[in-house]
Design a protein around this ligand. Structure first.
Ligand SMILES: Cc1cc2nc3c(=O)[nH]c(=O)nc-3n(C[C@H](O)[C@H](O)[C@H](O)COP(=O)(O)O)c2cc1C
Length: 350
């Protein structure tokens, strides 16, 4: 356990998970200031936005924080002639929030190299990655700069691949977790292992510290993760429901009112499998049977999700949340953090 604390430079082995598209400086900084590791998800961020957010994070906390990127898997589509066909399928959603159908952009997401160059400039304590094993060149560059690299596994085989690739620690994330299934060796649908089964098997298979994610929202979950051999925990949904989070009030309210069995894994919103509430948008897109490949679908739905967020229309947003949503009952990041910290073995009774 102390190994992870020393590795990440934190007082408590508690990571606030990154939220691609929904990260917020205030939340990440609050967790880092509390003695955990705040994370900021850089999905879709170009170099300029990464530099800006890095400056804000450094200004908000002198404690370690993580930046998170999605590695390319090679099957990402570039803007092409099908763009308008898939946009047309979403026309009712654009109409519902009062925006035009979005024209084809030059690119959907910035390339990895552009993001990494900016990450090196920001110099976070930790670079965490999803959807693959970082190249040796990336890991070497991070280490040369004193940056720790954390990979993310959904199966034992992925954890072994990450360990062999040279990462410093591994987030093992069960299928209970919110957001995308970040599988990279087999299709996400074939990589659905629950946290309770996954953690001890990953702990047995690798020698680097394992951070448990998925379904952990209070001290009981933290204690269970440590009992299974984890060296730390990564928590998403419970932090997303707090006042410091960038989630809209409709999203936060949905987290509090959605039962565990009402969350679903769906490709509807992004083209990749992710867990959230099955709201009107998810139901309608699934029923239409028309889902563009990633990242086209994510970009296209983003053009109505953003205004829907501004209008606080929960029915047309991505209401990402995990199966532990009903356990997310704390209002502030400090309250969530104190609750989680009380579950770490050796913590004073709270
Ligand atoms: C809105 C949202 C976006 C997320 N985006 C990312 C991401 O970009 N990168 C990542 O590593 N994890 C991402 N996650 C996963 C969380 O960081 C965390 O691992 C997960 O929520 C843990 O499971 P829990 O929600 O059951 O606590 C996201 C989760 C949510 C809710």
């Amino acid at each position: 356990m102390s190994e992870l604390r020393g590795l990440l430079g934190v007082e408590h082995p508690i990571v606030q998970g990154p939220f691609g598209g929904l990260s917020f400086v205030a939340l990440a900084a609050a967790v880092s200031e509390a003695g955990g590791l705040g994370s900021f998800g850089l999905y879709g961020y170009d170099a300029e936005r990464i530099r800006a957010v890095g400056a804000q994070l450094h200004a908000a906390t002198s404690q370690p924080f993580a930046l998170n990127i999605w590695l390319p898997t090679g099957d990402e589509v570039e803007p092409n002639a099908q763009h308008m066909i898939f946009a047309q399928a979403l026309a009712p959603f654009y109409g519902a929030v009062g925006v035009e159908m979005p024209a084809r952009p030059d690119r959907y997401i910035p390339p990895l190299d552009e993001q990494l160059d900016a990450v090196w400039e920001v110099a976070p304590a930790v670079l965490s990655v999803v959807f693959g094993v970082p190249s040796a060149a990336v890991i070497d560059e991070a280490h040369r700069r004193g940056i720790r690299v954390v990979g993310t596994a959904t199966t034992v085989a992925e954890a072994v691949a990450l360990a062999e690739g040279g990462v410093d620690a591994i987030v093992a994330t069960g299928m209970e977790a919110a957001g995308h299934r970040v599988s990279f060796l087999r299709p996400a649908e074939d990589s659905l292992v629950g946290t309770f089964a996954l953690i001890p098997q990953v702990v047995d298979a690798v020698s680097v510290p394992v951070i448990a994610a998925g379904g952990i929202a209070d001290r009981r979950g933290v204690a269970a993760a440590f009992a299974l051999g984890a060296s730390g925990v990564q928590v998403g949904t419970a932090f997303l429901a707090t006042t410091e989070s960038a989630a809209t009030s409709a999203h936060r309210e949905a987290i509090r009112t959605t039962a565990a069995d009402e969350t679903v894994l769906t490709r509807a919103m992004s083209g990749r499998l992710a867990r959230g509430a099955r709201n009107r948008a998810v139901r309608a897109i699934e029923a239409s049977g028309t889902i563009a490949p990633f990242p086209m679908q994510n970009w296209l739905t983003g053009k109505f999700r953003t205004p829907a967020g501004e209008q606080d229309l929960g029915a047309l947003q991505s209401l990402w949340m995990g199966q532990a949503a009903p356990l997310a009952r704390y209002d502030t990041a400090a309250e969530v953090f104190a609750e989680l910290a009380a579950g770490v073995p050796g913590a004073p009774a709270a």
